[in-house]
Write a protein that binds this ligand. Structure first.
Ligand code: ZN
Length: 510
């Protein structure tokens, strides 16, 4: 007899319904799985057989063939175990086919028949809901996450036996219900604050502008100047995540297996700071298990790349297109996966190979040619995507004796006001000043008076700006004026914006 159960496969962060078909026939007892399964899926037969037996059922001595359809989607991981077990029990007349087909069934089975947590559950429940399935059974530890999906009732179970009792109507599971808004509110806590950081007023100001207009930043400064300490606090002055943003970011972390055990949702903006020795797939995504990379784990948050010039050139260059598109596409032999990567990029670099060029505490030991060579590793096209360039000063005695800095809460209020102005300007929740790209938009939104225009012209000639650099200054000056609550871009706004482009003339002039 042939029986069916529904399960789900992940492509990128989207779940697609997979039909698990089981044919059970007389013949020499055997167990085969077909339909583009990977190694972990093939191993399911050992787990599923043992789990059925150890849950108190007898596996009939028959020839069992399991087909996962559609065959052109690559099936990965151990999440199909439960649906396979249910299909076998249905083929053996222990469960009703109609009842089983009301559900999507997800979860890995242990040999003892326990249901174990899997990755990507939220995407699976959203995918199932989208295709019209009204109920899903998932491992108990995944139930809260799964229940963030709309239009589907979620049941968490801890064993195959519990699932059997539920599907046979003998003892029903309780549905898990989650209020996403409430869950985000309860988990929206940062454990760091701008008030922790003394000194560095210029750097703090640059980060405030970056947060207000969504601009990328490069920070140059010697080791120990507090670059990473401040970058880590950048998410705390960004607007709260919307439900949509939280759900998208949760799906990425869930499919990568980086969702913390006690948190079913990513409610605060992520901060990712991979080490410079990271592989290209580690940064951009892909690799043997096709995971999302750090650039996607930072989606809707901040990607901080310290000692950026030490990253592999391929990693640096590989980021350009994804940053432009807000998504990264990874082609593999069997499939193409796309992951979102809308992130604020903060690059940090030492000013020279030894790290102490221009530092007041220690002298630099590098030759000018070594410094030039070092800094030239940053390519023009990538630099073009960074609106704000700023130098971190070495922390002096006065800085350390200074009182507490301003709190994230206060800075965030100013950021929110500037964001509100942009919302009105663009009539959009997502478009920011950093997205002003075309000449028409520049002319429309970034008009300068004669005096401001003259200053910009002078700067353009003096510091050897690229056209993109010129546009960056205009966009940043727009954000500075917004923070100032000013409709017009005045001399002081443009002058400050020019100051965030000085490194280009100093180190990377063409
Ligand atoms: Zn040096």
């Amino acid at each position: 007899m042939i029986a069916k159960a529904y399960s789900s496969a992940l492509i990128g962060i989207d779940g697609y319904v997979v039909t698990v078909e089981t044919d059970m026939a007389n013949g020499i007892p055997s167990f085969d799985i077909v339909g583009l399964p990977d190694a972990a899926v093939k191993e399911a037969k050992e787990r599923v057989r043992a789990a059925i037996r150890n849950s108190g059922f007898e596996l009939p001595a028959k020839k069992v063939v399991i087909n996962l359809a559609p065959a052109d989607i690559k099936k990965e991981g151990s999440g199909y175990d439960l649906a396979m077990a249910a299909a076998i029990l249905t083929a053996d007349n222990k469960l009703s086919q109609d009842k089983v087909l009301e559900y999507a069934l997800m979860g890995e089975l242990s040999l003892a028949g326990e249901l174990k947590k899997i990755n990507g559950v939220l995407s699976h429940s959203m995918g199932a809901s989208k295709s019209g399935i009204k109920k899903i059974i998932v491992p108990k530890d995944n139930a809260y996450e799964a229940s963030l999906a709309e239009g589907i009732t979620v049941y968490g179970a801890s064993s195959l036996y519990e699932v059997f009792m539920h599907l046979s109507g003998e003892k029903e599971l309780q549905p898990t219900v989650t209020d996403a808004k409430e869950l985000i509110k309860n988990n929206m806590v940062y454990d760091v604050d701008f008030a922790d950081v003394k000194g560095q007023p210029l750097l703090k100001r640059a980060f405030e502008i970056a947060a207000a207009g969504g601009h990328n930043v490069i920070v140059m400064g010697s080791p120990g100047s507090g670059k990473s300490m401040l970058a880590k606090r950048l998410p705390t002055i960004l607007p709260d995540m919307t439900i949509e943003e939280a759900i998208d970011t949760t799906r990425i972390h869930s499919s990568a297996g980086t969702l913390p055990d006690d948190e079913p949702i990513v409610a605060v903006r992520p901060f990712r700071s991979p080490h410079h020795t990271i592989s290209v797939p580690g940064l951009l995504g892909g690799g043997a298990d096709s995971r999302p990379g750090e650039i996607s784990l930072a989606n809707n948050g901040v990607l901080f790349l310290d000692e950026f010039l030490e990253f592999a050139p391929k990693a640096m260059e590989g980021m350009r297109q994804p940053l432009e598109d807000g998504k990264v596409t990874i082609a593999r032999a069997s499939a193409t996966n796309t992951y979102p990567c809308k992130t604020m990029l903060i690059l940090a670099t030492n000013p020279c190979p030894c790290g102490y060029y221009g530092d007041r505490r220690r002298s630099c030991k590098c030759s000018q040619s070594a410094i030039n060579k070092y800094l030239s590793k940053l390519s023009g096209p990538l630099l073009d995507r960074i609106d704000i360039q700023v130098e971190a000063s070495s922390i002096s005695y006065e800085n350390l004796s200074e009182n507490q800095g301003e709190s994230s809460h206060d800075i965030k209020e100013r950021v929110m006001r500037a964001r509100e102005i942009q919302r009105t300007r663009f009539g959009s929740d997502t478009k920011l000043n950093s997205d002003i790209k075309t000449k028409e938009e520049m002319d429309k939104y970034c008009t300068l008076d004669k005096a401001a225009e003259n200053i910009l012209k002078q700067a353009f000639q003096n510091i050897g700006l690229s056209v993109r650099g010129y546009n960056s200054i205009l966009a940043v000056s727009r954000t500075i004026a917004d923070l100032d609550g000013s409709e017009s871009i005045d001399i002081m706004h443009i002058t400050e914006a020019i100051s965030y482009r000085r490194l280009e003339g100093k180190y990377w002039s063409k």
